[in-house]
Design a protein around this ligand. Structure first.
Ligand code: NAD
Length: 320
């Protein structure tokens, strides 16, 4: 079996249909692909279908590909059966290295000669996961952002044993099917986006714990300030535009000394029990009793509005 062109793939296999797997299933179904899935939970089939049904009206509002059909999902009773004949497998098993390796050992003999396996893993190294697998050269990380049926980003990382051509094919595959894939050149814990989030969280916690501002005001400083730009441009382009005609280089000349002095006195909070308690009390105070379900629904509806508003607007320049 020769691997088809990325855009020509019309079905995928999914292993694990929890939070991330069910959302991936919804995404690929909405893009018109058929999905074959396996999950060891007894109620996996019903749970997956319930998730897809609940999310489908949102996908209709986002826009469906021709032929998209929520019924094009099939849940099978064996992981090897799920991957049989699949060109692309998205693995979403729990974040446990031994468990994922055991799963890979089970499916390795059933994978096609050109099949690509992408793990959703947030923090495990694909170099370790692929070690000793017959088809390991075609294993990559394809790390989504929750929920993948709404958030376009996927971070693609090859391991030390991954064929570079497979990384390129995987990037093209995601981009051809409605995602915005980026290449992570070097395996690092947390990939890119979670590391950036972690840097911001560290300073947000420090500002709260040092009495600089309330949780509500720190959140507002992001959501009503730089967060608006971050929906369509990252820190490099933002900095370039902060420099006026002098651009990025000029901005660093101007703001560099200030940045360095803030870095030098950045916070280093430890997440011990007392700190977690203090942070959690501050967040409870901010929430005024709003339920998680109501907040999540509000998040998803605003996300949808934002994606619709950005649709068709010119993206920031791509690297040459
Ligand atoms: N939750 C997130 O925000 C998020 C974001 C990005 C990536 N991820 C990654 O996605 C993967 C799955 O995380 P999740 O949050 O969906 O977890 P989850 O606990 O919601 O779902 C895991 C699913 O795997 C099933 N499962 C159990 N044993 C299995 C096995 N041996 N093989 C296959 N499936 C098995 C469970 O029944 C469950 O349905 C992890 O690697 C995680 O790092 C999670």
């Amino acid at each position: 079996m020769a691997r088809p062109a990325p855009a020509a793939v019309d079905s995928i296999a999914l292993l694990g249909t929890g939070t991330i797997g069910a959302s991936w299933a919804t995404h690929f179904l909405a893009r018109g692909l058929a999905v074959t899935a396996w999950d060891p939970a007894a109620d996996a089939d019903a749970r997956l279908r319930a998730f897809i049904d609940a999310a489908w009206p949102t996908m209709e509002r986002l826009g469906l590909a021709d032929g998209a059909d929520p019924a094009q999902v099939r849940v099978v009773g064996d992981p090897a059966k799920a991957v049989e004949g699949a060109v692309f497998v998205q693995e979403n098993a729990p974040e446990d290295q031994a468990l994922k390796r055991e799963l890979y050992r089970r499916i390795d003999p059933a994978l096609g000669a050109d099949a690509v396996l992408a793990s959703s893993s947030s923090g495990l190294l694909i170099s370790t996961l692929q070690e000793g697998m017959r088809n390991g050269a075609r294993f990559v990380v394809g790390h989504p952002f929750n929920p993948p049926h709404l958030i376009p980003l996927v971070e693609v990382v090859g391991g030390s044993g991954t064929d570079p051509e497979v990384v390129a094919w995987t990037l093209a595959f995601y981009n051809a099917h409605g995602k915005r894939a980026i290449r992570v050149e070097r395996e690092v814990p947390g990939h890119i986006a979670n590391r950036l989030q972690a840097a911001l969280l560290r300073e947000a916690f420090h500002l709260l714990l040092s009495g600089t501002a309330s949780a509500a005001d720190i959140d507002a400083a992001v959501a009503h300030g730089p967060g608006l730009r971050w929906a369509f441009m990252g820190p490099f382009l933002t900095m370039h535009l902060a420099g006026g005609e002098a651009g990025f280089r000029g901005a660093l000349g101007h703001f560099g000394p200030g940045l360095e002095s803030w870095w030098a006195e950045r916070g280093t909070p430890r997440l011990d029990a007392d700190t977690i308690d203090a942070l959690s009390r501050a967040v409870d105070e901010m929430l005024h009793g709003h339920s998680i379900a109501a907040l999540a629904a509000e998040r998803d509806s605003r996300l949808l509005a934002l994606l619709a508003a950005l649709e068709g607007s010119r993206p920031p320049p791509e690297p040459a």
